[in-house]
Design a protein around this ligand. Structure first.
Ligand code: AMP
Ligand code: GLY
Length: 422
C-alpha cells in the first residue's frame, strides 16, 4: 500500500514509524514532514492546509490511504475534500471535527447528552461575560471557542485576571477569531489523563492511557505549551475508571455525534480530569495527541493500518486492539524560550544512539540544512524510552536526553514525577 501522512510534528513521526512497522506499507509519503520523517518516508513540500494540492498529489501517486495527523486541516474539512475525490482518508469530516474545533459546540453536546464535564456559560458579548464574572466563583477558566494551538485557555485566580482575560480574548483578539465566542467554565481539580480512542462511526476502541505535561517549566510553572513530555500508561487511570469512562463518556460521545448527524470516524482524544465526583471531560481533540502519540504508538501491537481501515470501513468491533504490557516516557527537547520566542538553525548531534525498539528520537521542529539536521521549531525532538515499568522508562528517557546535543537545548526535568505518587 501507498500511504500519505499529513503533518510535520513529533506526532506525525510517531504515526509514520507505526505505519512503517506494518507489512502492508510499501511506500510512505509525508506532507510536509520534517528531517526525521524524511529518513523513513518521502517528504513532499506541500502544506497541510493546501487541500487541492494534497488531493492532486494523492491521486497522481495512487495513494491507498491518507492519514491526517493535525487538527487544522481536519477542522478545515480536508477529509471532505479528499473523499469527494474518492480517496480513502483516516480522520473525521469537518462536521465531526467540530468536536475539537469549537469548545462551545463540545460543551453544548456534553450538556445535551449528559456527558460529565465542568459547568459553563457561553458568551459572544464581552460586556455580558464581564458582568457574569462579578458573581462567579474563583478560580475560573476562560476558553477561546476555536483552535488556538492549545493556548486559548486561561485559568484565572482573581477577578481582575479574569476580566483582563476576557478583554484579551474577546476585545484584543489575542487568538484571532477563535475568541469571538468565549466559554467560561468552572475550575476543576484532580489528576489529568489523556485517553485516545479509535472510532469508526459507532464503535470505539480505547488505546492505552497517557499523561501530558502542558506547562513550560518544572513544577507545572510557566506558560502553557503544546506539551513538554508524557508518560504511558497513567497509573491513576484504573480499570474501574476506564469502565466508568466507557459507559458514561466514550460511548455516549460517539452516539451523540451520530445522533447529531455528525458521524465520527478517526481518533477521539478525551482530555479527562479525574475529580472527586468521578471522571469529567476537560476537552475533546479530533486527532492523536502530541506528545501522547510518542508514548502510546510505540507500545501498540496491533497493525495500525488494519485499525485505520477498520475505522473507515466501520468494522472496528472486529479489531483486537492490544498494547505491550510495559511503559513509556517521552521528554521533549525544546529550544530555550519556547513557547514565546527562540532561535532556530542550530545543528543537532547524537541521533546514532537510538535503536527504535527501546529508545526513540521523534523529530518535531527539525530541518535539514547543508547535509546536517538543525533545530527548526520550539519543540525540537521527543525522546521516548520504553521500560518494564514507568520508573525504568523515565530513567532511560532522561539518560537518552543526554545523548542529544544542540545549542539552546531546553527540557523539563520532572516529566513523570507523578509516578512517584502512584
Ligand atoms: P484544554 O485545552 O481545554 O485541555 O485546557 C488546557 C489545560 O487547562 C488543561 O489541560 C487543564 O490543565 C487546564 N484546564 C482546562 N479546563 C479546566 C478546568 N475546567 N478546570 C481546571 N483546569 C482546566
Ligand atoms: N498534548 C496535547 C495535545 O496534543 O493537544
Amino acid at each position: 500500500m501507498k500511504i500519505l501522512i499529513v503533518g510535520s510534528g513529533g506526532r506525525e513521526h510517531a504515526i509514520a514509524m507505526a505505519v512503517k512497522k506494518s507489512p502492508k506499507a510499501d511506500k510512505i509519503y509525508c506532507a510536509p514532514g520534517n528531517a526525521g520523517i524524511a529518513q523513513i518516508a518521502e517528504c513532499v513540500p506541500i502544506g497541510a492546509m493546501e487541500f487541492d494540492k494534497l488531493t492532486a498529489f494523492a491521486i497522481e501517486k495512487a495513494i491507498d490511504l491518507v492519514v491526517i495527523g493535525m487538527d487544522d486541516p481536519l477542522c478545515g474539512g480536508i477529509v471532505d475534500v479528499m473523499e469527494e475525490a474518492h480517496l480513502k482518508v483516516f480522520g473525521p469530516k469537518k462536521a465531526a471535527a467540530i468536536l475539537e474545533g469549537s469548545k462551545a459546540f463540545s460543551k453544548d453536546l456534553m450538556k445535551k447528552y449528559n456527558i460529565p464535564t465542568a459547568a459553563y456559560e457561553t458568551f459572544t458579548d464581552a460586556d455580558a461575560a464581564l458582568s457574569y464574572l462579578e458573581t462567579a466563583k474563583l478560580p475560573i477558566v476562560l476558553k477561546a471557542d476555536g483552535l488556538a494551538l492549545g493556548k486559548g485557555v486561561l485559568i484565572c485566580n482573581t477577578l481582575e485576571e479574569a476580566k483582563d482575560g476576557v478583554r484579551t480574548i474577546m476585545q484584543d483578539k489575542k487568538f484571532g477569531d477563535a475568541g469571538n465566542t468565549l466559554v467560561i467554565e468552572e475550575f476543576m481539580t484532580g489528576r489529568e489523563v489523556s485517553v485516545l480512542t479509535f472510532v469508526d462511526g459507532s464503535h470505539f476502541a480505547v488505546m492505552t492511557s497517557a499523561q501530558d505535561h502542558k506547562r513550560a517549566g518544572d513544577g507545572d510553572t510557566g506558560l502553557n505549551t503544546g506539551g513538554m513530555g508524557t508518560f504511558s500508561p497513567s497509573p491513576f487511570y484504573t480499570k474501574e475508571i476506564d469502565e466508568i469512562c466507557r459507559r458514561m463518556i466514550y460511548q455516549p460521545t460517539v452516539d451523540a455525534m451520530r445522533s447529531e448527524g455528525r458521524e465520527y470516524k478517526g481518533v477521539i482524544f478525551f482530555g479527562l480530569m479525574l475529580t472527586d465526583d468521578g471522571p469529567k471531560v476537560l476537552e475533546y481533540n479530533a486527532r492523536f495527541g502530541d506528545p501522547e502519540a510518542q508514548v502510546v504508538l510505540p507500545r501498540m501491537q496491533t497493525d495500525i493500518i488494519d485499525v485505520f481501515e477498520a475505522c473507515i470501513d466501520g468494522t472496528l468491533d472486529r479489531i483486537d486492539l492490544t498494547f505491550e504490557d510495559n511503559a513509556a516516557v517521552c521528554v521533549v527537547l525544546a529550544s530555550d524560550g519556547y513557547p514565546v520566542s527562540y532561535e532556530k538553525g542550530y545543528p543537532i548531534t547524537g541521533f546514532e544512539h537510538f535503536d527504535n525498539s527501546e529508545y526513540y528520537c521523534y523529530h518535531a521542529g527539525t530541518a535539514e540544512k547543508d547535509g546536517r539536521i538543525v533545530t527548526n521549531g520550539g519543540r525540537v525532538l521527543g525522546i521516548t524510552a520504553k521500560g518494564n515499568d514507568l520508573k525504568e522508562a523515565r530513567k532511560k528517557a532522561y539518560e537518552a536526553t543526554e545523548w542529544i546535543h544542540f545549542e539552546n537545548k531546553y527540557m523539563r526535568h520532572d516529566i513523570g514525577k507523578a509516578i512517584d505518587e502512584a
